[in-house]
Design a protein around this ligand. Structure first.
Ligand code: GDP
Length: 357
């Protein structure tokens, strides 16, 4: 499964957030035979449509999609120079498919800030600089080899062009994911850190959570990347509360959705994922696919035999199914479509596959 690596300077609230993520761990509940890794937190992707389907189909259970977060121990200044555990940190980040960077926005005199003061912009710069330096190192080391391979016609010249363009951008202090027109696909083999999609998680006080203009100012620091605002301490309390009390606590801080739920949604989207739905008396379930996946690939997520023997997908949009009330009614009204192998799955498709065994 795709994972999001949680990074950030020391004392910004990573462990607090990660504890909330693991306390909320759904893996044990839904997948009793899965191995539970201590540094992985799995959270449900919130999807109210599943409850509606479960009601309609009298499903015994609901199985939402999930998002996995990996705790990557604190990055420090000098990590790219291999000081201390630096190299191990970077290797762990390299394995993540996206990065959630936690940035401290809360003030608390009892919690020391590594740089002496709460300074979101400075913290962002510190981490970005380390990631940029690490990528520069990777590419500068690879460049002579790639040049040789291009001369020997073993590697396409487009790779060398992308390497040189990336080195130039990194030297200017730019992160690769924001360089317009850069051929990131040509750079895939290098596992570059700044090419990964990033979500910025601002760990802030209630006073910021309820202040739209302060949030906008922080969001601007990281635009066009997505910013999520939460209070890690409150998040760790929310997961221990029954649903109604949790909602009450959230609303008292001016929110209608928990930070973890927001993080799950934004993370799922940032990973380039979407879901389709199945429904029946046994379960109503969301299945994870890549955006743009076609019907046979989607079927393959349920079972490889479904992909191999794919014939058709019977697709009803969630809205049609709910407003018409049943599959039979949807069919009677011509709202159940039979789609073939080139059909590109849409969000909210409720699907039943037809296949040969
Ligand atoms: P890490 O080093 O990034 O993992 O940071 P921790 O999660 O260990 O947090 C460092 C300290 O800050 C701990 O004492 C936390 O209780 C505290 N802390 C974390 N999040 C918040 C927050 O949102 N507000 C306040 N006031 N303190 C927090």
């Amino acid at each position: 499964a795709l994972t999001i690596g949680i990074v950030g300077l020391p004392n910004v609230g990573k462990s607090t957030l990660f504890n909330a993520l693991t306390k909320n761990d759904v893996l044990a509940a839904n997948y009793p035979f899965a191995t539970i890794e201590p540094n992985v937190g799995v959270v449900n992707l919130p999807d109210p449509r599943l409850d509606q389907l479960a009601e309609l189909f009298h499903s015994e259970r609901v199985v939402p999609a999930t998002v996995s977060f990996v705790d990557i121990a604190g990055i420090v200044k000098g990590a790219s120079e291999g000081e201390g555990l630096g190299n191990q940190f970077l290797a762990n980040i390299r394995e993540a498919d996206a990065i959630a960077q936690v940035v401290r926005g809360f003030t608390d005199d009892d919690v020391v800030h590594v740089a002496g003061a709460v300074d979101p912009r400075g913290d962002l710069d510190t981490i970005n600089t380390e990631l940029i330096l690490a990528d520069l190192q990777t590419l500068e080391k690879a460049q002579p080899r790639i040049e040789k391979e291009v001369r020997g016609k073993k590697t396409d010249p487009s790779v060398l062009a992308a390497v040189n363009e990336a080195i130039a951008a990194l030297s200017e202090g730019e992160v690769l994911s924001h360089v317009p027109g850069l051929d990131l696909a040509a750079l895939r083999e290098f596992g570059l850190l700044t090419a990964k999609p990033v979500i910025y998680v601002f760990n802030v006080d209630e006073s910021v959570l309820t202040d739209a203009s302060r949030k906008a100012a922080l969001a601007e620091l990281v635009a066009p990347a997505t910013a999520v605002f939460l209070d890690a301490k409150i998040e760790s309390e929310l997961v221990d509360l029954p649903a109604d009390e949790a909602l009450e606590l959230l609303q008292s801080t001016g929110q209608d959705e928990s930070g973890l739920d927001q993080l799950a949604r934004v993370g799922f989207d940032t990973l380039g994922l979407q879901t389709y739905l199945t429904a029946g008396p046994k379960e109503s379930r969301a299945w994870t696919i890549h955006k743009g996946a076609k019907a046979p690939q989607a079927a393959g997520v349920i079972h490889t035999d479904f992909e191999k023997g794919f014939i058709k997908a019977e697709v009803i949009s969630f809205d049609d199914l709910v407003s018409l009330g049943s599959v039979a009614e949807a069919r009677a009204h011509g709202r159940a479509r039979l789609e073939g192998k080139d059909y590109v799955m849409a969000d909210g498709d409720v699907v039943e596959f037809r296949f040969n065994v």
